[in-house]
Design a protein around this ligand. Structure first.
Ligand code: ZN
Ligand code: ZN
Length: 664
């Protein structure tokens, strides 16, 4: 027999090996085998089997498989399909894509201890009318034989989890298994407990932080069907479920579903693909659905279900706008801090009442922009409709997508004011400032610099919940479903930084984030307030948040803009990022590559933008230039990608392709 094997090496191809049936027994697609590769031995996955000897280049000798790994670890065919599709679509080497789905160390058996699960009877849950209706319409659709994708839109506190649990129960009772994806592993422990109690059967947690032995044992149990419910972060999309009957993607809009390094897949999108391959229904849940999913609903490809009633009885917090062009900023040692006097006053009162505060900042922030301190005006790229990035040293504004650049204007183009100022600061400086402005307050900080492990994250969150600190400062991480009973005040330090992040998804994300952030303030007994600081608080996003404008209209407008400018969901957005030590040489090489492109249509040409400096232009002594491509079709994407990859190889520059990137 002759096999084509996916080898975990950064190469866009499969490798041929000979295989002896007499020696190792029958071989199937999805089996793992150990093969000689160069001077080492590697474990790869069998992708094709043939009786015909492959023709190899002159002088290349066909090598043989040296070991076949127990079929206990073989990948089910649907996982093989997902990996192949993922490698192609996300332009990632096939062997490395398979590596993502590989069970931990299949070469050795790590099952040392036996865990026994104590079965408990499933708990009955009471659904309200809306929840029951959602479950019913999903069930009806299923009984009709269709394999639909559902978008379950439910306001915070409307009880989406109960719907998931009820649907899971029904699938389990029919002998199927259930896969649930959640955006943040910090949330999985709470959910596991809840699902186990409600379903009355063991639930496996799936994430990369689990010990290897445990992961291996679990992998096998999931494959044999001994464990039928899996809750996990994005990599769980590769879990080898037996007789899969339902996939749930909770908080489907969340950008953590996109892997941002190595194999850059979007787990939600792969989950939808998996559902399609396995003919399994999918429920995408969110309080603030992504525009991608909303557009699919409009196209009639997804079914829309809504939960509009809050069932936990939580009150909506009061939203207070702090207009920074009118309020006084606190000055410390002659330097203005980012906090208004009014904000600090309210924070002090909250602390005095023994309640807690969350201070939210968009990101760690290496993006700078200029802003008019009188009217909040911000300069955007004329072509891309995204905020221009400010380069202080040269006093220039640049677009990091198309490369457009211009001098900083002397005065505001909207109101004529000379009060243009650079903006951009990080969580670390906020922590220092709060310690000075509120000297008695205890402050904790939660961001990726600070929190390097899962354990550290849980400790910080538990500490804050216990009341170890008055204030928790954080970025994206802290807005996800964490419940803090004593938090009654949330401070959004800079709405401008959130709204004006130089990304075409900035406003969509700002609304999603602000709704979630607001959800952290106040419980039934303690009313909450959200303080939003900013210069431009007339923005539609703020109006939607305050209920002054409809969310539907906002979505319509946003979709219209995306359509006009050919952004997703109306195209495939692709980033080609080139790395090099010499700035000028690198730029020249990229320009030369663009010149040599041929065969692209007029449309395709016009949708190629750049080269532009990456937002983080220089890192680890490498310069980074980006080309962006708004691909009209998947074929156009693949074609261009292939060409650029081979040219980059000839020019000897490193290229990383990111399809549907979420970060700048
Ligand atoms: Zn102005
Ligand atoms: Zn631009």
């Amino acid at each position: 027999m002759f096999l084509k094997i996916a080898i975990p090496r950064p190469l866009d191809r499969l490798f041929d090996y000979a295989y002896s049936n007499e020696e190792f027994g029958e071989v199937c697609i999805g089996d793992w085998v150990v093969v000689p590769f160069g001077r080492s031995k590697l474990t790869g996955c069998v992708i094709e089997i043939s009786e015909e000897k492959p023709t190899l280049p002159e002088g290349v000798e066909l090598k043989s498989v040296i070991q076949k790994i127990s079929s206990d670890f073989s990948l089910p065919t649907e996982i093989v399909k997902i990996c192949k599709f993922g490698s192609e679509y996300y332009q990632y080497p096939i062997g490395e894509a398979f590596f993502s789905a590989m069970p931990p160390s299949p070469e050795k058996d790590l099952s040392t201890r036996k865990s026994k699960a104590t079965p408990t009877p499933p708990k009955k849950i009471n659904l309200n009318e809306e929840q029951a209706a959602a479950v019913n319409s999903i069930e009806e659709k299923l009984n009709s034989g269709a394999v639909p994708v559902f978008l379950l839109e439910g306001v915070t506190g409307s009880g989406k989890s109960e719907v998931y649990i009820e649907l899971a129960k029904k699938r389990l009772s029919q002998g199927n298994s259930v896969l649930i994806l959640v955006p943040e592993i910090a949330l999985t422990a709470q959910l596991k407990d809840r699902f186990e109690k409600s379903l009355g059967e063991p639930v496996a947690l799936w994430h990369s932080a689990l010990a290897e032995g445990l992961r291996q044992v679990q992998w096998k149990k999931i494959k044999t069907g001994e464990i039928r419910v899996v809750i996990g972060a994005r990599s769980a999309v590769f879990a080898p479920m037996k007789d899969l009957g339902l996939i749930v993607v909770d908080e489907e809009h969340d950008q953590t579903y996109k892997q941002e390094e190595r194999f850059r897949y979007q787990a939600r999108d792969l989950a939808v693909y998996r559902g399609h391959v396995q003919k399994v229904p999918i429920v995408l849940g969110s309080a603030t659905p992504s525009l991608e999913s909303i557009q699919r609903v409009k196209e009639g490809r997804y079914q829309h279900l809504k939960l509009l009633k809050r069932y936990s009885g939580q009150m909506l917090p009061e939203i207070k706008l702090i207009h920074l062009n009118e309020e006084l900023l606190v000055v410390h040692e002659k330097v203005k801090t980012p906090f208004a006097e009014k904000t600090i006053e309210i924070m002090q009162q909250t602390i005095d009442r023994g309640e807690q505060i969350i201070v939210y900042l968009n990101r760690r922030g290496f993006s700078q922009f200029i802003l008019c301190q009188d009217c909040g005006w911000i300069k955007e790229c004329p072509q891309c409709s995204i905020t221009l990035t400010h380069y202080q040293r040269k006093n220039e504004l640049k677009c990091h997508i198309c490369g457009h650049q211009e001098k900083v204007p002397a005065s505001c183009e909207q109101c004529g004011s000379y009060g243009l100022q650079g903006m951009g600061f990080g969580t670390e400086s906020l922590e220092d400032e709060l310690k000075i402005l509120l000297p008695e307050a205890k402050v904790l900080r939660l961001d990726r610099d600070q929190i390097t492990s899962q354990k550290r994250l849980e400790e910080t969150l538990d500490g804050f919940r216990r009341g170890d600190a008055n204030i928790l400062i954080g970025t994206q991480m802290l807005v996800k479903g964490h419940d803090f009973a004593k938090v009654t005040c949330v401070v959004v330090v800079s709405a401008d930084m959130l709204l004006r992040w130089p990304d075409f998804r900035a406003t969509e994300r700002a609304l999603q984030t602000l709704i979630q952030v607001a959800g952290r303030a106040g419980r039934a007994e303690l009313p909450g307030q959200v303080l939003i600081q900013g210069y431009d608080l007339e923005h539609p996003v703020i109006k939607v948040l305050r209920g002054e404008e409809s969310q539907e209209q906002f979505i319509e407008d946003e979709l219209m803009m995306r359509k006009e400018l050919h952004y997703p969901p109306f195209s495939r957005f692709v980033r080609f990022r080139f790395f090099g030590k010499n700035e000028f040489e690198l730029r020249k090489k990229i320009e030369r590559m663009i010149e040599y492109l041929s065969g692209e249509s007029e449309t395709e040409r016009s949708r190629l933008m750049g080269p532009s400096e990456a937002l983080l232009f220089k890192a680890n002594n490498d310069y980074r230039f980006d080309l962006y491509f708004k691909a009209p079709t998947i074929d156009a994407l693949m074609k261009l990608s292939k060409k650029l990859k081979s040219m980059a190889q000839i020019e000897e520059i490193e290229l990383v392709v990111d399809v549907d990137p979420y970060t700048s």
